[in-house]
Write a protein that binds this ligand. Structure first.
Ligand code: MN
Ligand code: MN
Length: 401
């Protein structure tokens, strides 16, 4: 049976071996009891297995999980600039891509949509105005300021325009690591690719006007700074969107811990945000966002302010640690253990995006509290008294001891 599978279904056989290894390991090293050893030996006679962790099975080293987004090159024009990080630059980040965009006052990221990704953004600095149009015929024109977030579902057309006199900076995240290469559709690009005859028929523009249209994608153009009050849609019959694309994350209640605080926004808070959740963390100098993982989501992070040490734990004796500063991006695979330590002398602010609309996490402190003392003592070979010193409840952000 196993041999036949090996010949015909190598992938399944590999999965089978992984499953068997896992069961064997659990039997021998986690149960640690006679029953466990019997279970393990029964397994090893029933199926051909490589024994446990010493089997010599090789695991790839963990890939780099840091990318210096603000230190990279990018697009620059009169209306603004953009730097992006996709799987092309940052191979580990398969599920989330990011862009750091700056717009001048009046700088307009032109009308466009993304075919393969939803767009999320956080306003770091300044103010901007967006337009977005939904397939149900409703539209929105709305202003954003520092701490606000937006979410545009996949395929919804939108535009972004800077309002602040000293410029506007926002960080965008997309729920697909390949969004850019295969998925940004700009209106000027489309027009440039369409014959003058078809454009004349569809846009009602005169041929001499069509001849003056951009010959390729404009991307960001310098527009006029719009007036303070929100303008009307060209079609006055259009209904304002009943399900807003804006959420005031900065105004949300903060959850405080001894070493810092966090704001978490899931779909329960912001219904439009249907494929992602997000968070902003503030970690005090020397404090740590404690050891934890996210059972159902990859984590993409952008350092807004300060300095951090982040380490990921990837099982099988693998871990990786790196140092981060303002403008750096990190990516942590679903289920991988990690922590964030503030190594600087001022508060560390981190922006986080998760590729699941429901936010879940498991932290070390609450996990330890959810087990009997004796079990933890046995697990580590400690005395019960030593275990009594360990945390029992969620610490979240642990201040410097
Ligand atoms: Mn966009
Ligand atoms: Mn995390």
């Amino acid at each position: 049976m196993a041999l036949r599978m090996h010949i015909n279904y190598p992938r399944e056989t590999e999965m089978d071996e992984q499953r068997t290894n896992r069961l064997t390991r659990r039997g021998m090293f986690e149960l640690g009891s006679a029953a466990g050893l019997i279970a393990a030996s029964a397994l090893s006679t029933a199926q051909p297995v490589k024994a446990g962790p010493q089997s010599g099975r090789n695991f790839e080293p963990l890939p780099d999980f840091k990318y210096s987004l603000e230190g990279s090159g990018g697009w620059e024009g009169p209306g603004g600039s953009a730097k992006e990080v996709t799987v092309a630059e940052f191979p580990v980040s398969r599920s989330i891509a990011g862009v750091s965009m700056r717009l001048t006052p009046g700088g307009l990221r032109e009308l466009h949509w993304h075919a393969i990704a939803a767009e999320w953004a956080y306003i770091v600095e300044g103010r901007c105005r967006i337009t977005v149009f939904s397939p149900n015929g409703q539209a929105e024109v709305v202003d954003f300021e520092q701490g606000d977030i937006w979410y545009f579902p996949k395929g919804y057309p939108h535009s972004l325009q800077g309002l602040a006199p000293h410029g506007t900076h926002f960080v965008l995240a997309f729920d697909n690591g390949q969004f850019s290469e295969f998925g940004t559709f700009s209106i000027t690009d489309w027009f440039a690719q369409t014959s003058a005859a078809v454009l004349a028929q569809n846009t009602c523009l005169r041929p001499d006007v069509i001849a003056r249209l951009p010959k390729k994608e404009a991307y960001i153009v310098q527009g006029k700074v719009p007036a303070g009050e929100l303008p009307q849609f060209r079609n006055k019959q259009i209904e304002t969107n009943q399900s807003p694309h804006k959420y005031r994350m900065g105004q949300q209640n903060v959850v405080s811990f001894e070493g810092g605080d966090e704001r978490i926004v899931s779909m329960a808070d912001f219904p439009a945000q249907s494929t992602l959740s997000c968070a902003v963390l503030r970690i005090e100098p020397g404090a740590i966002r404690e050891l934890h993982w996210h059972p159902t989501a990859d984590e993409w992070g952008y350092v807004l302010e300060g300095n951090a040490e982040i380490a990921v734990f990837g099982a099988h004796g693998r871990s990786k640690k790196d140092n981060f500063q303002k403008g750096d991006v990190f990516f942590i695979d679903q289920g991988f253990g990690h922590y964030v330590l503030n190594t600087g002398s001022s508060d560390l602010h981190v922006l986080l995006v998760f590729n699941n609309p429901v936010y879940q996490q498991i932290s070390l402190s609450s996990w330890l509290g959810a087990n009997p003392t004796q079990l933890i003592a046995d697990n580590f070979g400690l005395s019960n008294a030593a275990v009594d010193n360990m945390p029992k409840e969620l610490m979240g952000m642990v201040k410097k001891s």
